[in-house]
Ligand binder design. Structure first.
Ligand SMILES: O=C(O)CCC(=O)C(=O)O
Length: 326
C-alpha cells in the first residue's frame, strides 16, 4: 500500500464526517456510549476480519466486483454470474412484486416529509416501511441482505466484518416534476467508505429510473476531490444538476447501468451518484446498505433470530444488535 493511501485511510477513520444522524438530542452519557460502541466495534470487526480462519472462497466474479469497486466505486454484475441462490432470488422477486401491488405496503412506504431536507419524494416508496425493520426470525429480505456471497463482497470491500445498516424494497414511479433530491447528483456521508447494492427486480433503463454514477469519485478513488458546482435544496442539502456535472466530467464518462431483472449494481455511494428519475414505467429493486461499524449512519435493522444463518460469522457480525453496549 502506498504511504499516501495509508495516511488517507487513517485520516478517514479518525475524521469520518458528522452527519445529521449524529444523535444530538440525547444525554452526554448516551453520546459517549454511542461513540465508544462505534469505535470499539469498528476496530474489533477489522481485527477479526483480518484474523479470520475461513479460507478465502470468493469466486472469480466476486473478485472482479471488489476490484472494480476499489478502482471505480461501482461494479455491475448479475445474480447468475455471482452464483446467488436461485430459489432465494425467485422468492425475493415474487415477494417484491406482491409488495409493489399491496395497498398497505404503498401506504407505509410513501415518502415522509423529511425534517432535515424538507423535500418530499412523492415518486419514491420504501415498501418495507420507514421505521426500523424488526424481524423475529430471518425472513426472505434479511436472508437476501445477509447472503454469504453479498456479505463476502461487502466485507472484502470494507476490509472488516461489515454491518448491515439498512435494507428495503424500493419502488420508483414517474413524478411528472423536475428531478430533485436523490434524483440529482450527490454524495452520501457517514464514513469514508460504504457499500450499497441495488438488485433489480424490474428491468432498468434510462427511462425508468436507472442509477447513475461518476466513476472514481468514491472517497478512496482517483477523483475523490471532484468538487462540481452545486445548488442548495431545502434544508441546505447540496445537489448538482446534470449541466453542472458536465462542466467537470464529460457526460460520456458517466455510468448508467441498465439491465434485466437480476442485474446487481454495487456502488460506494460516497462517490457522486443519482437515480430514480422515472419518465415512464416504474423501477422496482431490493436495496441493501453495508457499512463499517464506525459509520455514523444509524442502523435500522434488528434481526432477533438468524436461524441457520447463525452458523455464519459474517451474518452474525452483520446483524449484531445495534442496541447492545458492545
Ligand atoms: O434512487 C437511486 O437510484 C439513487 C439512490 C441514492 O441516491 C442513494 O441510495 O443514496
Amino acid at each position: 500500500m502506498q504511504g499516501s493511501s495509508l495516511v488517507w485511510r487513517l485520516k478517514q477513520n479518525l475524521t469520518s464526517q458528522v452527519l445529521p444522524e449524529d444523535p444530538t438530542n440525547v444525554s452526554l452519557s448516551s453520546k459517549v456510549r454511542w461513540r465508544w460502541r462505534r469505535y470499539y466495534r469498528h476496530y474489533l470487526s477489522t481485527l477479526a476480519w483480518h484474523l479470520r480462519a475461513e479460507t478465502n472462497a470468493r469466486k472469480q466474479e466476486s473478485n472482479r466486483v471488489v476490484n472494480e469497486l476499489r478502482e471505480n466505486g461501482i461494479a455491475v454484475t448479475d445474480v447468475e454470474k455471482l452464483g446467488l441462490n436461485g430459489d432465494l432470488i425467485r422468492n425475493l422477486m415474487k415477494e417484491c412484486q406482491s409488495l409493489a401491488e399491496s395497498p398497505h405496503a404503498l401506504a407505509i412506504g410513501e415518502d415522509r416529509h423529511d425534517n432535515i431536507s424538507g423535500v418530499k419524494k412523492s415518486f419514491f416508496f420504501r415498501l418495507l416501511g420507514h421505521d426500523t425493520i424488526c424481524v423475529d426470525r430471518a425472513d426472505i429480505f434479511s436472508r437476501m441482505a445477509l447472503d454469504p456471497i453479498l456479505l463476502s463482497i461487502a466485507n472484502e470491500y470494507l476490509r472488516c466484518y461489515s454491518r448491515l445498516t439498512r435494507y428495503n424494497v424500493w419502488l420508483n414511479l414517474p413524478s411528472h416534476e423536475d428531478p430533485k433530491s436523490s434524483q440529482l447528483w450527490h454524495r452520501d456521508y457517514g464514513d469514508g467508505v460504504m457499500l450499497k447494492i441495488f438488485l433489480m427486480v424490474s428491468s432498468v433503463n434510462k427511462e425508468n429510473g436507472a442509477f447513475s454514477y461518476i466513476p472514481c469519485t468514491q472517497l478512496g478513488g482517483r477523483r475523490r476531490d471532484l468538487d462540481p458546482p452545486v445548488i442548495y435544496e431545502l434544508g441546505n442539502r447540496q445537489r448538482t444538476l446534470d449541466e453542472q456535472m458536465s462542466e467537470v466530467v464529460a457526460e460520456s464518462e458517466w455510468v448508467t447501468p441498465s439491465g434485466g431483472p437480476g442485474t446487481i449494481i454495487f456502488a460506494d455511494t460516497s462517490g457522486f451518484h443519482k437515480g430514480g428519475f422515472v419518465q415512464s414505467g416504474r423501477r422496482l429493486l431490493f436495496k441493501a446498505y453495508y457499512t463499517r461499524w464506525i459509520c455514523m449512519v444509524g442502523c435500522t435493522v434488528k434481526i432477533n433470530d438468524l436461524g441457520d444463518l447463525s452458523h455464519s460469522r459474517s451474518a452474525k457480525w452483520a446483524a449484531r444488535r445495534a442496541t447492545t453496549f458492545f
